[in-house]
Design a protein. Structure first.
Length: 454
């Protein structure tokens, strides 16, 4: 083992190798030496566990790969062939062309982000969004923050800190990625009061625990799971009526900012912010990068006086939306006002893709991939915790790994190692690719990566 250690080259020797010298020309000496030391440390651990000492060339290649992984552009584009439209691990919603344009402009130069061009003085970054959010949701006012988790946190902190917030037991849920309603409530300084049963909660359950200490009634859309069977939850209107009667604000965390009726696309109906506002909730919260199809953002719409109170809260500054996301969000909202969302916003265009077109593309891929590829019916999903259990019919191309070692897992790994990486699904020991989530511009490169992997 000690011999194995001694056989490892020194940092100096590695620095003298041609490929490492190339790295030395691009990156700082300190950074490169640090990276080489990390690699050597990893190798020593591996040797201690009984692995063989790598050759000099293999070690140089490991260092090159380590440098590429750490210092090449991140995040790198991947081809999403999974058929999961809002894939949380792949960055959720792709932006529209118009949104990408305004992001580039806002990134490259100065903007009137907080500058009133008419008066020549300080303006508000929220004023423009406020107008757009009112127009798309029908609410009195709206603001946007960093993401929906922070939107809910801000809302609870500004409205109910030090007070009790009543939540149905069936809605004290975990959304994923560490967002748990009971924990968010605790962080905001409000106290959770759970009512009802996991599957059934009635308006009388809420009413029974309303006191002068109640800060809010909170309704949460259980985005990523579905309780079926013997279930009951009061209508939003009933909560609003109770809130009005007892002088308690009603808050609604919708999760997805679904501004179009999903039933139009053969899916179950996803709750919409406009419906909550219509029903009279005081504040509604939703994400910008789920079914809204925009950038990461948390949006709060509702009664003007409450929205203003949130805007003035110290946390509002801490969870402020940055200028690039703000630009993309404004451009995305305008697509809804122009009634062009299903044409311009990628997630809606993907949801709306006609089956015959998907079949045509699948057949085209099959021919391009060659023998071992076949076309079959399958299902795409919306993802990002929207519409759990709901699927859209699609056409898939299945790749048979044949007798090759590692089977479908190894083939999927070769696709991920491609340039660009192609992310696929495994189904019945075959790798399947769904044309729904692959842009036409990506097809050529994807076909090359797949052919190489086969
Ligand atoms: C997704 C979701 C959140 C978190 O939203 P982010 O924008 O990811 O922070 C909060 N509440 C519900 C109900 C959700 O579905």
């Amino acid at each position: 083992m000690t011999n194995g250690f001694r056989a490892l080259p020194s940092v100096e020797r590695l620095l003298a190798q041609a490929p490492i010298q190339e790295l030395a020309r691009a990156y700082s000496h300190g950074a490169l030496v640090g990276l080489i030391r990390e690699e050597l440390q990893g190798q020593r651990r591996a040797i201690a566990q009984g692995m063989a000492t790598p050759t000099l060339d293999a070690l140089v290649e490991c260092i090159r790969q380590r440098a590429a992984a750490a210092w090449e552009a991140f995040p790198q584009p991947v081809v999403n062939a999974t058929g999961v439209i809002l894939h949380t691990n792949l960055g959720r919603a792709p932006l529209s062309k118009a949104a990408i344009r305004v992001v580039a402009l806002a990134a490259q130069g100065y903007t009137n982000l907080e500058y009133d061009l008419e008066q020549g003085e300080r303006g508000s970054r929220q004023a423009h969004l406020n107008t757009l959010l009112r127009q798309v949701t029908g609410a009195e006012a709206g603001i946007a923050v960093n993401n929906n988790a922070s939107a809910v946190m801000l809302g609870l902190a500004a409205i109910a800190a030090g007070k009790e917030v009543i939540v149905s037991r069936g809605e004290a849920v975990e959304i994923g990625g560490g967002f748990r309603i009971p924990e968010v409530l605790a962080q905001s300084g409000a106290k959770l009061v759970e009512v009802g049963a996991t599957n059934r909660t009635y308006i009388a359950d809420y009413e029974a625990v309303v006191t002068e200490n109640t800060g809010a009634l909170l309704k949460v859309h259980a985005s990523n799971f579905r309780v079926v069977g013997f279930t009951y939850a009061p209508k939003t209107e009933e909560l609003v009526e109770l809130g009005r009667r007892r002088g308690v604000p009603v808050l609604h965390d919708l999760g997805s900012g679904c501004l179009l009726d999903t039933a139009r696309f053969g899916l179950a109906h996803e709750p919409m912010p406009q419906e909550s506002i219509n029903a009279g909730v005081d504040l509604a919260f939703f994400s910008g990068d789920k079914l809204l199809g925009g950038p990461q953002a948390g949006i709060i719409v509702g009664r003007g006086e409450l929205v203003q109170r949130l805007g003035r809260h110290p946390l509002a500054r801490a969870v402020r939306l940055d200028k690039l996301s703000l630009a993309a969000l404004a451009a995305t909202l305008v697509h809804y006002l122009k009634e062009e969302a299903t044409m311009e916003i990628p997630c809606w265009r993907m949801i709306n893709l006609p089956l015959p077109l998907l079949l045509r593309r699948a057949r085209h891929w099959q021919r391009a991939f060659g023998p071992g590829a076949s076309v079959l019916r399958g299902e795409s999903t919306v993802g990002a915790g929207s519409l759990p259990g709901e699927t859209l019919p699609t056409w898939l191309v299945a790749l048979d790994p044949g007798g090759r070692e590692g089977g479908a897992d190894a083939l999927a790994a070769r696709l991920r190692a491609g340039r660009p990486p192609v992310i696929a699904r495994i189904q019945d020991d075959r790798v399947v690719l769904d044309p729904r989530t692959v842009r036409a511009e990506e097809e050529r490169e994807m076909v090359r990566v797949v052919r190489e992997a086969l």
